[in-house]
Design a protein around this ligand. Structure first.
Ligand SMILES: CC(C)(COP(=O)(O)OP(=O)(O)OC[C@H]1O[C@@H](n2cnc3c(N)ncnc32)[C@H](O)[C@@H]1OP(=O)(O)O)[C@@H](O)C(=O)NCCC(=O)NCCS
Length: 193
C-alpha cells in the first residue's frame, strides 16, 4: 500500500518492487531497482525517508523517523535483512544490516559496514567504513574479513535479481498514487506536525 500523507506523496524510481502488504507513506523516496518486501512499514509522516537505488528492505522491517530532528537515509546497494528496526539513522552505501537488528536515532553506519544479526546500535553511534559492528549494545569488532566483504556484495545484487524474478512471475512494478495538490516534503519546508 503506497499512500500520501498531508499532500506528501512517496516518490518511486523505476522497476521498484513493493508488494501490497508493505506500507509506504508520506515523504518517502525510493531509488531505481529498490525492493521492499512483505509486511514492511516505512512511515514518512513526521520527517523524510530516502532509500537508494538497488537497496533491499527485507520482510517485516520497521522504518521510522523523529519529528523535526532525525530523518532516515539509506544509500545505494544496502541490504536491510528481515525484521530490522531503523529509526532516524544513516546507513551508507553498500552496508548490510543483519536480521533483527535495531538502529537508533543519530547513529551512522559507514560505507560497506556489516552489522551482525541481532545487534542493538545505540543513539549517535558511529561505525567507520568497512567495519564489523556486533552485539547488544553493539561495539565495533574491527575491519571486515574478505568473506564478510563478499557477503555484502552478494546480498544486494541477489535481491535485485529476486525482485526481477517476481516481475517475471507477474507481480507489477510499484507505482506512486497521484493526487491533485501534492505538497513538497519536509526537506523543502513542509511543517513538522
Ligand atoms: C557477523 C556474521 C556474518 C558472522 O561473521 P563471522 O565472520 O563468522 O564472525 P565471527 O564469528 O568470526 O565473529 C567475529 C566477532 O563478532 C561477534 N559476532 C558475530 N556475530 C555476532 C552476532 N550476531 N551478535 C553478536 N556478536 C557477534 C563474535 O562473537 C566475534 O566477536 P569477538 O571478536 O569479540 O570474539 C553473522 O553472525 C551475521 O550476523 N550475519 C548476518 C546474517 C544476516 O542477517 N543475513 C541477511 C539475510 S539475507
Amino acid at each position: 500500500m503506497i499512500r500520501p500523507f498531508q499532500g506528501m506523496v512517496p516518490k518511486l524510481g523505476s522497476r521498484v518492487f513493493v508488494p501490497d502488504s508493505a506500507l509506504i507513506l508520506g515523504d518517502v523516496t525510493l531509488g531505481d531497482d529498490a525492493s521492499i518486501w512483505f509486511n514492511c512499514a516505512i512511515r514518512g509522516d513526521v520527517n523524510w525517508i530516502r532509500i537508494g537505488a538497488r537497496t533491499n528492505i527485507q520482510d517485516a522491517c520497521c522504518l521510522h523517523v523523529t519529528n523535526g530532528k532525525w530523518p532516515l537515509l539509506i544509500e545505494d546497494e544496502v541490504s536491510i535483512a528481515h525484521n530490522v528496526m531503523l529509526h532516524g539513522c544513516t546507513i551508507r552505501k553498500g552496508a548490510l544490516i543483519g536480521m533483527s537488528t535495531t538502529i537508533m536515532d543519530g547513529a551512522e553506519i559507514g560505507e560497506g559496514c556489516l552489522v551482525a544479526a541481532g545487534s542493538l546500535v545505540r543513539e549517535g553511534f558511529k561505525a567507520a567504513p568497512h567495519s564489523l559492528v556486533a552485539g547488544w549494545p553493539a561495539t565495533t569488532k574491527g575491519p571486515l574479513t574478505e568473506g564478510q566483504r563478499k557477503l555484502l556484495g552478494s546480498v544486494w545484487a541477489r535481491y535485485v535479481r529476486y525482485k526481477d524474478a517476481y516481475f517475471a512471475d507477474g507481480w507489477p512494478p510499484a507505482e506512486a498514487p497521484t493526487i491533485e495538490d501534492p505538497r513538497p516534503g519536509f526537506a523543502e519546508g513542509h511543517p513538522y506536525p
